[in-house]
Design a protein around this ligand. Structure first.
Ligand SMILES: Cc1cc2nc3c(=O)[nH]c(=O)nc-3n(C[C@H](O)[C@H](O)[C@H](O)COP(=O)(O)OP(=O)(O)OC[C@H]3O[C@@H](n4cnc5c(N)ncnc54)[C@H](O)[C@@H]3O)c2cc1C
Length: 743
């Protein structure tokens, strides 16, 4: 512990200890006050200044130390100084003492609480930032909430000290007056509890809740006022219009139709959006063919002397299109029409918060009135404004699927997930791939050891990695295309035949009415936790809303957007981003849910790390895929998972167990106690849980248990050779034994 904290803690413990040890509480009860009232008044008359000072200091100390007696002291304030001066003195003393308690709690405990409950504390802090003053006011005004607890708990949040001070002073004022006033009638009071009648308590509660309610109402009026610029139709054609028929738009309209709302889905290009047409589906189809080739190349590893694969790249790309066609019925207009969605092919534009204009594929212009709108217009590849880029016929993830000839030298610009997936796939087809990344490693969002494993594999597969290369310009010299990059302060020229730009994806924010309406946007459309934009009946979901850009998060948000758009203000739900998984489908596959080490360190979150090497897993060995690892971050000393990273074969499937565990609050103990089929890759999840359990074995208890067994054998001590034999024993059933011992 930090020495300053230790000193404060010791002083605090000594002060509180003395209070109880010397039974100082005996002086802070009603009877003592009544008995000594005359003597105290006499002292006050002869020493007015020092009596105020003494009273003030005692009050501040009692409240700062959170020891019992504040209510009695408030009564005493009235009895000794009268209503006016009593109220003034108590009001300042109680606020000062409360603020001291607040600061002590913050100094001693906030860091510790922040490390242990970081995610929850972040959510609380956000709430405090939004409405903390109102909550505190309510808590202060209603004296049933223990005074000292409010001080201590708010000290653990991010509330500003000044806000705490003035809101406390204001909120406690009414209660102070009541108690101080009661103190002037001390002789008639028999107990502290009797001072506040239920009716008075009720009035305080109403007073306390009022500002919070008022704020909500004002907020709603303010939000609704943005719509006031446009005349609100008396009747609506639709309950909901959804713009964009990708993952987010499809799920939104599906949910709306399922709850019997009248919904129109507008798509200007192809239903299924990026995921089906240019993203997840084609990339995974391509990766599958590339993986097959990589296995052929590894034939000797599987005991096959030689294998040869002849292929036509054009046919591989045609297969990709066939796969898209096979999946396409899931996202087709016919399917959605069958579910009750009106699907319109055309470009939509929001003309008012209540109206969407559609230029249909048939050349018509339609205008629909609607109670609510969900924007699900997705994102597009980010193309940097580099000199010469427009002259080199670059590819992006939108256009790469039209290739039918394998590029000889493919330059992949970008070391993120899309760049990595496509770089490895093309290298496996035989392209000479040069991957350029401005940072020091691939997959920079993942931990350094994850990137290291991936980079090693990429290099082994012949990919020319150019890290810390900042692209500056493209030039053409005759037929030669060249990237000019900067590396370590030097200019580097990299020749290529085709370039694939994979530098991330930018939300589609222009050309359909957002600017004209003034829908607030940053890099994405700004939404609140309900996925509402600054227009209360316009929502956004998917890549256009962020913060994640995955199909599963788009679908997840879509549910919230649909339900909130249709049922606000009757019932609304806040989007839940606590457990978001994702995977990068390269070899070795990389999957993650929750925090990794890098993020935990950046956010100052304490964690315990447990790992398991998949190279030690029977099934991975049998499959000749013995590589990778699992890393689990848990709260120190607790069985609560903060995050998991898996690197290895089928990592994206293996992570599902942890996604469920984290979502449902299941810890490693319960994973360890679950039977996993032998031999499967999923057993790795159990073994890492076993490693965690072993690290938390109750060593002292086990030493006693060992003695017990020794005693039952009638032996003095276990022979070293016996122990060595037991440790070295490894059979096919070793996996089972290993769990049992871990448990
Ligand atoms: C190469 C690649 C691989 C990927 N792999 C994965 C993966 O493995 N797993 C994963 O989870 N995610 C993956 N993604 C990301 C995933 O594709 C997206 O997160 C997802 O498609 C987002 O869905 P969306 O509905 O928000 O947007 P989109 O799918 O982009 O849909 C938006 C739709 O809106 C339409 N539209 C836009 N403006 C208008 C308008 N004015 N009127 C009418 N229609 C309009 C567009 O035509 C488009 O169809 C990948 C992406 C790429 C590029």
């Amino acid at each position: 512990m930090n020495p300053r904290k230790l000193v404060v803690l010791m002083v605090l413990a000594a002060a509180i200890g003395s209070f109880f040890l010397f039974d100082l509480g005996q002086y802070l009860n009603l009877q003592t006050l009544k008995t000594h009232q005359a003597a105290i008044a006499d002292y006050r008359d002869h020493n007015p200044v020092s009596s105020v000072a003494l009273y003030f200091v005692i009050y501040v100390l009692v409240t700062a130390l959170s020891v019992p007696g504040a209510a009695l002291l408030t009564l005493a304030g009235g009895a000794v100084f009268g209503v006016l001066w009593g109220t003034v003195i108590v009001s300042f003393a109680s606020t000062l003492g409360a603020t001291a308690a607040f600061l002590i709690a913050r100094f001693l405990l906030r860091d510790w609480v922040g490390q242990r409950f970081s995610q929850r504390l972040t959510a609380i802090d956000e709430g405090i930032q939004r409405e903390g003053a109102f909550y505190l006011f309510t808590l202060r005004l209603v004296p049933v909430f223990p005074f000292f607890l409010v001080n201590l708990l708010l000290g653990l949040t991010a509330m500003r000290t000044w806000t705490f001070f003035w809101v406390s002073q204001l909120g406690m004022f009414a209660g102070t007056v009541v108690y101080v006033n009661a103190g002037t009638q001390l002789a008639r009071i028999d107990s502290l509890g009797g001072i506040l009648s239920p009716a008075l308590l009720g009035s305080f509660a109403i007073l306390g809740v009022f500002p919070l309610l008022a704020r909500r109402v004002v907020e709603r009026i303010r939000r609704n006022r943005v719509n006031a610029r446009w005349p609100r139709p008396r009747r609506f054609d639709r309950n909901l219009v959804v713009i964009g028929g990708g993952s987010a738009g499809l799920v939104t309209s599906y949910i709306a139709a399922a709850v019997r709302a009248k919904v129109t889905l507008v798509e200007r290009h192809k239903l299924g959006g990026d995921c089906l047409n240019t993203g997840c589906v084609p990339s995974k189809a391509l990766i599958r063919s590339a993986k097959f080739l990589s296995h052929v190349a590894r034939a000797p590893e599987f005991g096959i002397a030689a294998a040869d694969a002849r292929f036509d790249f054009a046919e591989v790309m045609e297969r990709v299109q066939r796969i898209i066609a096979q999946v396409e019925p899931h996202d087709s207009a016919e399917r959605y029409a069958g579910l009750g969605v009106e699907v319109v092919q055309g470009a939509a534009r929001i003309v008012s918060p209540w109206e969407v204009e559609i230029d249909t594929a048939d050349g018509e212009r339609r205008r629909l009135t609607t109670r609510a709108i969900v924007i699900a217009t997705g994102a597009r590849p980010t193309v940097p404004a580099l000199p010469g880029i427009e002259d080199i016929d670059y590819l992006t993830s939108d256009t790469v699927w039209s290739l039918r000839t394998l590029p000889r030298r493919l330059l992949v610009l970008g070391g993120g997930p899309i760049g990595c997936e496509l770089a490895q796939a093309f290298a496996r087809f035989g392209a000479q791939v040069i991957q350029v990344e401005r940072g020091p490693r691939l997959l920079p969002r993942e931990d350094a050891d994850v990137s290291e494993l991936v980079m090693q594999r990429f290099r082994d597969e012949g990919i020319d990695l150019r890290l810390q290369h900042q692209a500056k310009a493209f030039v053409k010299e005759g037929e030669q295309k060249i990237l000019i990059a900067e590396h370590a302060g030097e200019e580097v020229r990299i020749a290529f035949d085709t370039v694939l730009i994979a530098l991330g994806r930018s939300a589609n924010l222009r050309g359909y009415g957002l600017e004209e309406l003034g829908v607030r946007c940053g890099r994405t459309i700004e939404t609140n936790a309900l996925l509402q934009t600054n227009y209360p009946n316009i929502y956004a979901a998917g890549d256009v809303a962020g913060p994640y850009q995955f199909t599963h998060t788009a679908a997840h948000q879509a549910w919230y957007a649909a339900v909130n758009a249709l049922f606000d203000p009757i019932k609304t739900f806040r989007a839940d981003y606590r457990v978001i998984p994702w995977a990068t489908f390269i070899e070795p596959e990389v999957a993650r849910v929750g925090l990794n080490e890098q993020e935990a360190r950046e956010q100052g979150i304490a964690y315990e790390l447990t790992t398991f090497g998949i190279d030690d897993l029977d099934r991975a060995i049998a499959d000749s895929e013995a590589h990778g690892f699992i890393k689990v971050l848990t709260v120190p000393g607790k069985d609560r998972i903060l995050g998991v990273t898996i690197v290895g074969e089928h990592a994206g499937d293996l992570i599902a167990e942890y996604v469920l565990a984290m979502k449902q609050g299941i810890g490693l103990n319960r994973i360890l106690g679950t039977i996993h089929i032998y031999p499967t890759l999923a057993e790795a999840n159990k073994y890492v849980a076993g490693n965690w359990k072993r690290a938390h074995a109750p060593e002292r208890l086990l030493r006693w248990v060992e003695r017990f067994h020794t005693w039952r054998r009638g032996a003095d001590e276990e022979s070293a050779s016996h122990r060595a034999l037991a440790n070295g024993c490894r059979s096919r059933w070793w996996a089972v034994d290993r769990d049992a011992s871990a448990r």
